[in-house]
Design a protein around this ligand. Structure first.
Ligand code: GDP
Ligand code: MG
Length: 163
């Protein structure tokens, strides 16, 4: 069966925008209001000729109660565990936040292969965040702008070699 790729990260980093880019759809709701995305969305995507199932883990944004780690455990462990590959997304303009670190810990504990994606890297606004992201321990980030469609070729190359 097709590999499952889960897009993980704290609210508002651009997961749904990336999901829509990679699937060529607008099926995931993009919003600058964290929490608006309600369902976990799954679509087929074509990564360099390879069909995959792409999962937008919007459920992370739903819970209002509990710590980030708790929310991750309760709502996203299943998505994470079902994933053959994780795209862990940060907002490069925000740098690395405590929530990013919590999410990174849970992702690391899942033992799944991870590609670190530094989103919102258009222009030079994301440069500091891009370098800060090395501290998450997932190696070199792939710099992209999901909104502007930059860096997606590089990301697909990384995805192909991780599958
Ligand atoms: P999610 O909560 O992680 O799913 O994030 P969304 O995809 O809903 O995006 C959150 C906000 O970030 C929206 O206002 C998007 O338009 C914006 N956004 C997403 N990707 C980029 C990007 O590459 N650059 C910039 N500047 N904004 C982006
Ligand atoms: Mg979303």
């Amino acid at each position: 069966s097709q590999p499952v790729i889960a897009i993980i990260g704290r609210p508002n980093v651009g997961k749904s925008t990336l999901f829509n880019r990679l699937t060529g759809t607008r099926s995931a709701l993009v919003s600058d209001m964290p929490g608006l995305t309600r369902d976990r969305r799954e679509e087929q995507a074509d990564i360099g000729g390879h069909p995959v199932r792409l999962v937008d883990t919007a459920g992370l944004e739903e819970a209002k109660r509990g710590s980030i780690a708790e929310r991750m455990r309760q709502q996203s462990e299943a998505a994470l565990m079902a994933a053959d590959l994780v795209l862990f997304v940060i907002d490069s303009r925000d740098g690395i936040t405590p929530d990013d670190k919590s999410f990174a810990r849970v992702v690391r504990n899942s033992g799944r292969p991870v590609i670190l994606v530094a989103n919102k890297c258009e222009g030079r606004a994301g440069e500091d965040g891009f370098y800060a992201a090395f501290e998450l321990g997932f190696g070199e980030p792939v710099a992209i702008s999901a909104e502007h469609g930059e860096g997606l070729g590089d990301l697909m190359v990384e995805m192909l070699s991780a599958l």
